[in-house]
Design a binder for this molecule. Structure first.
Ligand code: AP5
Length: 220
């Protein structure tokens, strides 16, 4: 079985933007726990109804719930050739769980890429984010606007703003990142699997950095 890639970084680092493109390029699934939760909210499943208030406020969903989601998704056959995890793990408990899961399933350690961005740029990235309601393509009204206002370039879908992309929820998400997720940098550094990738500049340049890193580290 091939390795699991983990994209780490604060909200707005560009994890989703990059994971979509890199996963396509490598021919492996992009697994975003945020996307899975938002879909559950849209479909009003039990999970969605239970998680909605936390997501909207920018608080983390409980570890047991998230670990269950990740385990189920990673057990699907399309993950045999590897996968990119975006937004998971984001607590030490989740990272411990993933470590055990990968050991049990004979996959070994993940390759962890931390996307470094300055905190100042994150607010503008998040308040300007718009996402296609049908294909999930990600835009930014300030930095990467669609050709036609509110409409996806790729499939003509309606662009929407995430409920947690308001200043109050963003502050809560950044606090959750500092308190619960940033300790993962040390966690993975101690395991010798952490690599930093500069997340500034044009998205295409960052994709190149990520791909060249993955290729030189013989990921697949
Ligand atoms: P999640 O969906 O994972 O959100 P997040 O971690 O806050 O990350 P974002 O999606 O906001 O940022 P991103 O790094 O993907 O940035 P993007 O590429 O979109 O989680 C949402 C919620 O779900 C959580 O708050 C929590 O409640 C729950 N949850 C999910 N996973 C969980 C877990 N494991 N445990 C507990 N709870 C969990 O880019 C952002 C913007 O910047 C876009 O507009 C984009 O166009 C723009 N941009 C990207 N790159 C560039 C660039 N190079 N230059 C200029 N603009 C750029």
């Amino acid at each position: 079985m091939s390795q699991i890639l983990v994209f780490l970084g604060p909200p707005g680092a560009g994890k989703g933007t990059q994971a979509r493109v890199v996963a396509k390029e490598l021919g492996i699934p992009h697994i975003s726990t945020g996307d899975i939760l938002r879909e559950a909210v849209r479909e009003k499943t039990g999970l969605g109804l239970a998680a909605k208030a936390k997501i909207d406020k920018g608080e983390l969903v409980p570890d047991e719930v998230i670990c269950g989601i990740a385990e189920e998704r990673l057990s699907k056959p399309d993950c045999v050739g590897g996968a990119i995890l975006d937004g998971f793990p984001r607590t030490i408990a989740q990272a411990d769980f993933l470590e055990g899961l990968l050991q049990r399933t004979g996959r070994g350690k993940p390759l962890v890429l931390n996307i470094d961005v300055a905190t100042e740029s994150v607010l503008r990235r998040l308040t300007g984010r718009r996402t296609c309601s049908t294909c999930g393509e990600i835009y930014n009204i300030y930095m990467n606007p669609p050709r036609q206002d509110g409409i996806c370039n790729k499939d003509g879908g309606r662009l929407i703003q995430r409920a947690d992309d308001n200043e109050e929820a963003i502050r809560t998400r950044l606090k959750a990142y500092e308190e619960d997720t940033s300790p993962l940098i040390d966690f993975y550094k101690r395991r010798n699997v952490l690599h930093h990738v500069d997340g500034s500049g044009e998205p295409e340049a960052i994709t190149e950095r990520l791909l060249s890193f993955v290729k030189t580290h013989d990921y697949l």
